[in-house]
Design a binder for this molecule. Structure first.
Ligand code: BES
Ligand code: MN
Ligand code: ZN
Length: 509
């Protein structure tokens, strides 16, 4: 979809559809061609957020239709509302079969900055356009009651942003940043949506290579042999049961820069639970168990190579499939991670932390990073605690955690911090190995014990863990999101790295 900035009066520009936000208490624009109907509809709408009224001109007009879109009170506007309004506008244009439309939006008289406004508009428009339907024949789509006629999708949007020249310039910048972020998020969604037979660890790694090639990033792909040489016993133990061998992908934005920051993603292309097999009901959802890794790759796409960051951003994807098999690891097995930590595998379904343990230990050894952030669909307990509205955040470094919380508010990818007291760390101490991979029976706090396990490998490196089990996919419907993988984490980290400076340099309290 192409977004073009326009400056003239939107009512004078030729368009099959003009979307006009209608704020509560505002006066309607002068649009004589639409007669008194516009004023009446405006009044009736009363700015009710999300409602719409479609109007046709009473006389010749370059604008063939107007959609009034209730936008609430101007003083209550925030970026999330703008994303939602943009998503609604695009969806409405699509359902009207328009291949282009105009969208007017003010850059003043509301609390959102021009840059934020531009970014949120681009995000809402591009994210709402994402669909995962390429495996469906057109005829079967029709069977589901959709219109027989091949429907057009908006490919071009003219944005009429009202404000001073400087504000429009800033909005243009925001638009660019938002579009890049949304493209990265849509890549993460596509990878998330692909099922395990179409996205194996090897295929995922080749997608990573492609992104790296496009933006000139360094990309190293390690296979089983290299991982064995590095003594990644925890990671390899998980992968043993699958006929699809694992991959460890390392992406780097600026390999020569001294300062390193690592972002690690859990990439289980399928998690059956292994020998501690999951119940069959809902097991298909475990094709989404690679959404952490998808977000990391989406972040590199969003950053368009990330050469403007003042450090080397290192992306690490831990890719494997967790399957039961004659060769699979078994409950009670003892494995050794690449930093020498021994682990009792008491439940083969607690596999994400085993993969991440080696990834995090590898990051610290190889890169001596200033900070590590990991993203993982790690625990069902996190869905119990926070549902689908917030990502679980656990960290050993307050300034880093607070920066993530702020980024979450701004991007709408909200996080909620959970504690990591010593008492929780005690729950994962092993009896015949250093650690056990699940908390002892009845310990509870499944999300925190999983994080405590990862925290052991992060040591004193500033580290934040994001449990996206509840936010990575499914029910969390928004106007710019229909279902499936959400690509959560891409915009959260995009903002963190672009706008929060280097919080890991601040002293931890
Ligand atoms: N991938 C799952 C976590 C998960 C569950 C993500 C539901 C999304 C939705 C993870 O590997 C897992 O199986 N965790 C176990 C841990 C338990 C065995 C300690 C869980 O949450 O049940
Ligand atoms: Mn599991
Ligand atoms: Zn898993």
């Amino acid at each position: 979809m192409k977004l073009t900035l326009k400056t003239e009066n939107p009512l004078k520009a030729r368009s099959p559809l003009l979307v006009l936000p209608s704020f509560q208490g505002d006066r309607p624009p002068a649009a004589p061609a639409f007669g008194p109907a516009l004023g009446k509809a405006w009044k009736e709408l009363d700015g009710e957020f999300g409602s719409g009224r479609l109007l046709y001109p009473a006389q010749a007009s370059p604008v063939e239709r107007i959609l009034l879109l209730g936008a609430g009170k101007a003083e209550d506007l925030d970026p999330e509302k703008i994303r939602r309004l943009a998503g609604k506008a695009r969806n409405r244009a699509a359902s009207l079969g328009m291949d282009r439309f105009s969208f007017a939006f003010p850059l003043e008289d509301h609390p959102v900055s021009p840059e934020e406004t531009g970014a949120a508009l681009a995000e809402g428009l591009l994210l709402s356009a994402y669909k995962f339907d390429r495996f469906k024949k057109k005829t079967s789509r029709e069977d589901e009651g959709e219109r027989k006629k091949e429907k057009k999708e908006p490919r071009r949007v003219l944005l009429f942003l009202r404000g001073k020249a400087r504000a429009r310039e800033k909005a243009g910048k925001g638009l660019q940043a938002g579009a890049a972020a949304a493209r990265g998020q849509n890549l993460a969604r596509e990878l998330g949506d692909l099922p395990s037979n179409l996205l194996t660890p090897a295929l995922f790694a080749s997608r990573a290579r492609k992104v790296a090639r496009e933006w000139g990033c360094k990309c190293t792909v390690l296979g089983e042999k290299e991982m064995a040489r590095l003594k990644m016993g925890a990671f390899l133990g998980v992968a043993r049961g699958s006929s699809h061998p694992p991959r460890l992908v390392v992406l780097q934005t600026r390999p020569t820069a001294q300062e390193k920051v690592c972002v690690v993603g859990k990439g289980l292309t399928f998690d059956s639970g292994g020998i501690s097999i999951k119940p069959s009901r809902g097991m298909d959802e475990m094709r989404f168990d690679m959404c952490g890794a998808a977000a990391v790759l989406g972040l590199f796409q969003a950053l368009e190579g990330g050469r403007d960051l003042p450090f080397d951003l290192v992306g690490v994807l831990g890719l494997a499939e967790n399957m039961p098999d004659g060769n699979a690891q078994k409950p009670g097995d003892l494995v050794t991670a690449c930093d020498g930590t021994t682990i009792e595998v008491l439940n083969t379904d607690a596999e994400g932390r085993l993969v991440l343990a080696d990834c995090i230990a590898f990051c610290r050894k190889r890169f001596k990073p200033k900070a590590v952030v990991d993203l993982a669909t790690l625990t069902g307990a996190c869905v119990v605690a926070l549902g689908h509205e917030a990502t679980g955040l656990i960290s050993n470094h307050d300034p880093l955690a607070e920066a993530l919380l702020r980024s979450g508010e701004k991007t709408g990818e909200r996080c909620w911090r959970l504690p990591l007291w010593k008492e929780y760390k005690d729950l994962i101490k092993g009896s015949y190995g250093d650690l056990r991979n699940i908390g002892s029976a009845g310990a509870g706090a499944g999300t925190i014990t999983a994080a405590a396990f990862l925290g052991h490998f992060a040591g004193d490196t500033p580290w934040a863990h994001l449990d996206i089990a509840g936010t990575a996919y499914n029910t969390r419907k928004r106007d710019y999101y229909q279902g499936g993988a959400f690509g959560v984490g891409v915009r959260l980290l995009f903002r963190l790295f672009k706008e929060e400076g280097r919080p890991w340099r601040k002293r931890a309290r």
